[in-house]
Design a protein around this ligand. Structure first.
Ligand SMILES: Nc1ncnc2c1ncn2[C@@H]1O[C@H](COP(=O)(O)OP(=O)(O)OP(=O)(O)O)[C@@H](O)[C@H]1O
Length: 245
């Protein structure tokens, strides 16, 4: 296993006013696979991603990441710097690693082309559509050649077709570069299309409702298949049962 999440619990607040967010969460993520995390709004998905990114520590339990992989993270709202251009935003991680300027420029140019952003390198984020900003955020996290990519709603607020195009693009990159990815999503279809494993969380405090094995994920033709719809329905029922139950 690449990542082992073992009996993890987390709360916010003080002793007197504790808000329990994650309750005894355990699952494992295989190398080079995609794990989708889905659950009701506010249940604790982003908090779980924060723990995986090492930005926060659990109250109890542990998260073990094998080796010392390079981790790329895309937090909600893409985290782009508005005063930096597309090229500067994408090259940020490399600049921080003190890579030389020529190498950064080469890598950034290649990523800009890969993400279909050619001609926009000198633009600022505010001059781009939401979908383009999300591609910049994806390019920035890919620039450091992450072995693990952690993403919080990276494709939200896109129209359906742009979202599907970016999902396809992401799948191709993830396969080519053998990335282990975790994606937090509100979208049942996205979880089923991308997630080799789908972790279904309950209302807060989030417990595991089910861990769904989804071997067909990663196949670009999956969306059009009968089985895709039955998987989506199964997931919808799991989420609904939890809400009603
Ligand atoms: N730093 C914090 N301090 C206190 N409470 C917090 C903090 N961060 C998140 N919370 C609360 O913890 C709960 C879980 O938040 P989190 O963002 O993890 O949920 P989520 O499932 O990602 O939500 P959404 O689906 O709406 O993005 C929410 O009730 C939120 O208000």
């Amino acid at each position: 296993m690449m990542i082992d999440i073992d009996s993890v619990s987390l709360s916010y607040g003080t002793q007197r006013e504790r808000k329990e967010v994650l309750n005894n969460i355990s699952f494992a993520i295989k190398p080079h696979s995609i794990c989708a995390i889905i659950g009701p709004s506010g249940c604790g998905k982003s908090s779980l991603l924060f723990l995986l990114a090492g930005l926060r520590q659990p109250d109890s339990g542990k998260i073990v990441v094998k080796g010392n992989p390079r981790r790329g993270t895309i937090l909600q709202n893409y985290g782009l710097f508005p005063w930096k251009t597309v090229a500067q935003n994408i090259g940020l991680g490399l600049t921080l690693q003190h890579m030389n300027k020529r190498q950064i420029a080469e890598k950034v140019t290649a990523l800009i082309a890969e993400m279909g952003l050619t001609g926009f390198d000198k633009h600022f984020p505010s001059q781009l559509s939401g979908g383009m900003q999300q591609r910049v955020a994806l390019a920035r996290s890919l620039a450091i050649d992450p072995e693990i990519l952690l993403m919080d709603e990276p494709l939200s607020s896109l129209d359906a077709l742009t979202r599907e195009r970016l999902q396809n693009l992401f799948l191709q990159v993830q396969k080519n570069k053998q990335i282990t990815a975790v994606i937090v999503t509100h979208s049942i279809e996205e979880a089923v299309f991308l997630g080799n494993t789908i972790v279904v969380l309950s209302e807060r405090p989030a417990k595991i409702v089910q861990i769904v094995d989804n071997p067909q994920a990663g196949d670009l033709s999956y969306r059009g298949q009968e089985h895709f719809y039955s998987r989506c329905n199964m997931l919808r029922n799991l989420l609904r049962e939890d809400k009603n139950g």
